[in-house]
Design a protein around this ligand. Structure first.
Ligand code: ADP
Length: 236
């Protein structure tokens, strides 16, 4: 698929138009940016590893009939995806208390939750990602009731599937964030599923294998991302 014009450049990815109006190329950059945008770094090879992990996990979910925007891996750091009308709400699924959740609710970091917590955050320029609930989404016109229901259902289903996959690889899916969009006739998962937007720990040692290594200056970011990719994608 030919790459056409750059239509969007975000902090970690770029979107290109293709010869088909219904499809886009999603390119993963090597860049890292912290949450308030003040610290930036580049880890050579991160984009390629993230493209590989995302492709693998999207295909894995599709095998369990969870719709995603994934069409095919289109290059070392590129995926061909369906063009979506993005719903400006990030869905965060928590299975285990991350440091941030622990701080908010006075839990111990690493504490298992009795069942998954789903949270919704608005992704709108100029707003600092406020947490919202369904009534905010509906009253402020950011999503329809049916879209909220579908996002909740797909996030829970994806969580059950991915949690069990990670568990079999000796990994703990602590928390992850999904974005959704409308492909015209159905709602599907878009964006990425990578260690940039998931919290993933080694089950035995609770060693972090995700973006927290960058945020907390733990070092070994590249090694951790590659290890995660190898462990996830190796044959069962
Ligand atoms: P951001 O800085 O907004 O997080 P990213 O670097 O993640 O940006 O860039 C990717 C952008 O592309 C995001 O805004 C995301 O919502 C959007 N996006 C992801 N998948 C699709 C898709 N299939 N169709 C349209 N937009 C998408």
């Amino acid at each position: 698929m030919d790459r056409r014009d750059l239509i969007f450049e975000g902090s970690t990815k770029r979107l290109f138009a293709t010869e088909r109006d219904t499809h886009l190329l999603l390119e993963f950059k090597d860049d890292f940016l912290d949450d308030n945008g003040s610290r930036k770094t580049r880890i050579p090879g991160k984009g390629e590893v993230n493209a590989g992990i995302s492709s693998f996990l999207f295909q894995y979910l599709e095998n369990y009939h969870v719709p995603t925007h994934f069409v095919e891996r289109a290059g070392d750091r590129e995926l061909l995806v369906r063009k979506l009308r993005m719903i400006p709400i990030e869905v965060v699924v928590h299975n285990v208390a991350s440091a941030k959740l622990a701080q908010r609710f006075r839990l111990d970091e690493g504490q298992y939750l009795d069942f998954p917590i789903l949270e919704y955050y608005l992704k709108v320029p100029k707003l600092a990602s406020p947490q919202i609930n369904e009534t905010h989404a509906l009253a402020l016109g950011y999503a329809k009731a049916e879209e909220m229901r579908t996002m909740g259902r797909l996030a829970s289903k994806a969580n059950a599937i991915l949690k069990s996959l990670f568990d079999r690889r000796g990994l703990l899916l602590v928390e992850f964030t999904l974005e959704f969009g409308d492909a015209g006739d159905h709602i599907c998962i878009g964006d990425e599923i990578t260690p940039d937007n998931c919290r993933i720990w080694d089950k035995k040692k609770n060693r972090k294998l995700d973006r927290e290594r960058f945020l907390q200056d733990l070092g070994g970011v590249e090694k951790a991302y590659r290890e995660l990719s190898d462990r996830l994608t190796r044959a069962m």
